[in-house]
Write a protein that binds this ligand. Sequence first.
Ligand SMILES: *Cc1c(COP(=O)(O)O)cnc(C)c1O
Length: 784
Amino acid sequence: MSITMEQITELSRSAFCTAPKHLTTPQLHLVVGKAVMGEIAQNWSRSRKKHAEGRRAYYFSAEFLMGRMIYNNLYCAGILDEVKSLLKSKGIDINQFEEIEDAALGNGGLGRLAACFLDSAATQEVPLDGYGIFYRYGLFKQLIKDGYQVEVADDWLKNPDPWCIRRDDQSQIVQFADSTVVAVPYDMAIIGYGTKNINTLRLWQAEPVEGFDFLAFNDGRYDDAVKNKNNCENISKVLYPNDNSYEGKILRLKQQYFFSSASLQDIIRRYKKKYDTDFSHFAEMTTIQLNDTHPVVSIPELIRLLQKEGVDFDQAFDIAQKTFNYTNHTVMAEALEKWDTGLMKMIIPEVYAIIERINERQWNDLKYKGVEEHNINAMGIIRDGKVHMARLAMYVSSYVNGVAWIHTEILKNDVLKEWYWVYPERFQNKTNGITQRRWLGLCNPELASFITDRIGSGWLKDMSKMEKLGAHINPDSVKEFNKIKLAKKKQLAAYVKKMDGVEINPKFIFDIQVKRLHEYKRQLLNAFSIMWIYFRIKSGQLPDFQPTCFIFGAKAAPGYKRAKAIIKYINEIANLVNNDPDTKDKLQVVFVSNYNVSYAEKLVVAADISEQTSTAGTEASGTGNMKFMFNGAVTLGTYDGANVEIAQQAGEENEYIFGGRVEDIERLKKEGYDARALYNGNPMIKRVVDTLIDGTFSDGGAQGEGSFAELHNALINGTNWHHADHYFLLYDLEDYVAKKLQANTDYKDRVAFGTKCLKNVAHCGIFSSDRTILQYAEEIWKVK
Ligand SMILES: *Cc1c(COP(=O)(O)O)cnc(C)c1O
């Protein structure tokens, strides 16, 4: 496809009565977006019709972390360079779109995974459409004030967005016990790269019933809707800012039911066009992937909707079981959703009644299979006044998958072991991936050209081709790679200066940890290692230390006090080491504000070292680790999540793996772990940990939870809800510092270190989400 300057000029004149060069950035964004959407309209409707003919898959997710759309859409449409020079010919710099907001309708990895999957499915021509929520406010924006996180609402629609098309005619009604809302779809085109195929992401907005034009329905639903006027358009107002944890809030349950019900009604409407009320082909035509437990209420809702269509319970149950699949994303207890039965009964009583019936059926089923009573209890959907959503998903689905090899092993052997005993055939692994288009082609054109010059451009659609780069790793190519890395570090330094006002030196090693702030991810461990190195530089024990810039970026959930204290602690360290004349030429620490997809695109390309420090057994996969690998950083990480497979692919000698393994952590948990003994037994551990309480830093006088003293106490004494140091920082700290210093020493030999980096690039192919999505398509959805 192609667009012309005439098209852009015409749209500019008709919408704003002026030439493109006089438009504001949001106006120009609108104009270019409209031009692209106009051009793709035909391919989009052709793709939709084609998908309607056969079996198709749907991805249900409460989060889609799409990031900034404009560059990616131009890139996937194959017109980024063209539009860039068109604009340039009119004196317009395409970089001004850097001002355009990200679509941040997700928290972190889980939401970004959904976005990468859509990109890959569109490119690989897999008939996969996404369903989610059109949040009016996405993930909050983060400011750092005096070292503390401050949250600001993400008003991402304050300027109109050209990439979403409102489809009033496809609206649905969603009914709660106390209210009724209209679900209005906003459709985003998901443009496949190097193909005419275009998939759809349909996001629902909740709107009040009053004022809605029900004439379009003409089927009696109006009467239902007006019966209850207690509307709640608040439902799609804001994304819950929790990552890897949940809050049992009414509004959150309403959000989950809202988009699940609207999406299922939409799917049923489409199905009925073909088969009317004969639902015997439903599971043949439809497969639905549940992204974590957030959309699991879809299971009883589908049964309810089918019953309303005249299908009996047993058949509806059977259809649901064949239709749904469930992806587990976490083993963290605080993230496993359990809704209060009372709450469910109050909000969605008909759905709750169906869950009770499923629960009864489960008991009979398991009894019949001879499962022992205590195991039935461990699997029970309704237990102790709670509905266990993961168990509901396990029972009424065809397949369950983990998201990295080690994670799936933990599910089978530990978290879901009773399920594995009864239904081993349901378990699969689908190691996560990321799209090489956004995370290499678009964000690192310099490295992309380096690769394409050597192996051709086939890797953009087939990452197995990346292996061929291995034959091109030699001292000359490594030097060229190192030059590219330096250029990306300079670009990042300029960006950090602009966004955060901090000067960083591109000649330093860039050691980067960016991800959500969470105790299990252990940013605090990284902070401790910096203090360790700081003290040793001060006392003259590290004369050969290669200057290093430690970069952090992370949002903390607003209610997560400890995470916020850790942000403040890192900023206190930055303040100390950046201003100490003994260290400022060797150590820099910067905490960049508002880490998001667009910032990630600038960070992952500039890293020498990728920090992946989660406690073994806690990070299901991680995808940030893959972004760094694609762009030629070595991993300094634990044997956790996809790090295990990254080391396996690139060779362990090309990463820096440290710390306890899953087996070690298991043993410590079983046999007892004495954090205090480690603290008292190693003066260096004691010294760095005590910087939390010895006056080195100030937490601004914070009391109790969220104070530095509380962090210290949690490590050394524990609390009434967890053991001392429950993420094993002190256990891993010494080995971590040793591996960090080893990487620092290795960096001196620039060719040897650059070779490690390039080996990571050459062996990153399997972490393409194209590979992941084709596995889902073949092994779970059976649509390919
Ligand atoms: C990739 C990504 C994540 C996930 O990072 P992990 O290191 O896997 O936790 C989170 N947030 C953003 C903005 C991302 O782009």
